[in-house]
Design a protein around this ligand. Structure first.
Ligand SMILES: C[S@@+](CC[C@H](N)C(=O)[O-])C[C@H]1O[C@@H](n2cnc3c(N)ncnc32)[C@H](O)[C@@H]1O
Length: 281
């Protein structure tokens, strides 16, 4: 096995080599020009490992002394990637927050995948419409991975799966579940409607998860039999857009009790993923 890179001890909180770990927002990292598609940060050794398992390319590692030993196997596979290390206090000074997960890595963002590519062979697909909360999106990815959804499609206005918080909440499953974004400008309002039509053309039955007057119950028998199903989730505020609802084949609801008007979107998604899972071969 190749020898791992010699760790570089950080002694200056202003060290320009670690700039991407402190001052840059997720949006600024995404826009960096020194790599084809920008950069994202993976937090925690488990998430870093998942990103590497998914074939993503590391630019540098940044971790406290305590974690050096346990990551030697990773460094050995990437001997040309710099490993920055320091005391907990030094790393905290650089990042501006307590690094309780101990390890970070700056990674090249992978090339975006096309909608057709992620739909190849898929039977159960999630369509996320204008979801802006990274915690909700991360939780949806985690449930999608755990409950057998094959792909996630995002409207142009939805949050970015590769933002730190989303990656962390998803436990790294954003690297695992294939995802793509409907192109901005695909529709005058960047809505999901053309995406719904595309899915229908590809043989998907498209169901909006929404409490509407025409909604059927989530456990309606005909939904279980569907060969290819796409489930549209609405935004945290207004829910699924009217134009999208009009384009969908079904509206599906989880009945509410105790005067509760709706579930959090990630909670609703988890319930629906399980009920609508692909059954049989
Ligand atoms: C929090 S809801 C949106 C707000 C909702 N329109 C309201 O007035 O409470 C966000 C999304 O979660 C899903 N959702 C939440 N509760 C649901 C339920 N009981 N049945 C079906 N979908 C639900 C839908 O996809 C919805 O668009």
């Amino acid at each position: 096995m190749t020898s791992p890179a010699q760790p570089i001890e950080l002694t200056d909180a202003q060290d320009p080599r670690t700039q991407m770990y402190c001052s840059l927002s997720d949006a600024a990292l995404r826009r960096r020009q020194d790599t084809e598609h920008g950069i994202y940060l993976a937090e925690s050794s488990q998430v870093v490992r998942r990103a590497l398992d998914a074939g993503h390319t590391p630019r540098s590692f940044f971790l406290s002394h305590r974690y050096l030993e346990s990551m030697q196997d990773v460094f050995a596979v990437h001997p040309d990637v710099p490993v920055y290390t320091g005391s907990d206090q030094m790393l905290e000074q650089i990042t501006g927050f307590h690094l309780h997960r101990g390890a970070l890595a700056a990674m090249d963002r992978p090339a975006p995948r096309s909608v057709e590519e992620v739909l190849h062979g898929a039977r159960r697909v999630v369509v996320v419409e204008d979801l802006v909360d990274h915690t909700n999106l991360g939780a949806i990815f985690r449930s999608a991975a755990a409950l057998g959804m094959d792909a996630v499609l995002l409207s142009a206005a939805s949050a970015d799966p590769l933002y730190r918080r989303c990656i962390r909440v998803s436990m790294g499953t954003v690297f695992q579940v294939p995802w793509s974004r409907f192109a901005s400008g695909e529709h005058p309002d960047d809505g999901t409607v053309p995406g719904v039509r595309r899915l229908q053309d590809l043989g998907f039955r498209v169901a909006a998860l929404e409490l509407t007057d025409r909604a059927v119950l989530l456990d309606a028998p005909h939904l279980r039999e569907v060969e290819r199903l796409a489930l549209v989730l609405g935004s945290e505020g207004p829910g699924v857009r009217q134009a999208t609802l009009d384009a969908c084949d079904d509206h599906v609801m989880i009945p509410m009790s105790a005067g509760v008007s709706s579930l959090n979107v990630a909670a609703a998604a988890a319930v629906a993923f399980w009920e609508l899972r692909a059954r049989g071969v």
